[in-house]
Write a protein that binds this ligand. Sequence first.
Ligand code: IDP
Ligand code: MG
Length: 148
Amino acid sequence: MERTFVMIKPDGVQRGLIGQIITRFERRGLKIIDMKFVHVSRELAEKHYAVHKGRPFYDGLIEYITSGPVVAMVLEGSNAITVARSTMGATNPADAAPGTIRADFGIEIGRNLVHGSDGPETAAFEIGLWFGDDRPAWTRDVDRWIFE
Ligand code: IDP
Ligand code: MG
């Protein structure tokens, strides 16, 4: 089983889409391991998006992600990283496939509603950054009907 970090960005929260977005991940079969509502500090935003420092969109990205509360979560499942990203769709909602979160709810790259880790190292870094190392395990009784 793999874990990934997913965030509903401020536009998703402001637009009242928290429930609909979480539903997309839940119905895919991903298991929620941890979740919280966060007022993102500039410091946390800069650590989270450190790889993008220096890019033309960086300042706007930090403004965006600190502009209102977000919902942060840890999701688990087989191929959780890839599955979460395919549920989200392409970075630019204009290019995202219909049926994905970004296509179904968004239209511009700077308001693309969700974040998901892009690889195992990023996932480990982001889970640690947002949640720390420890969280209780729980058994989801439907797992045998979702995972082989
Ligand atoms: P990802 O979120 O699909 O992994 P990244 O390339 O890692 O995409 O970019 C991080 C975030 O930065 C994007 O989700 C988007 O919010 C923002 N972003 C990326 N490129 C642009 C851009 O060209 N203009 C505005 N915002 C951008
Ligand atoms: Mg990324």
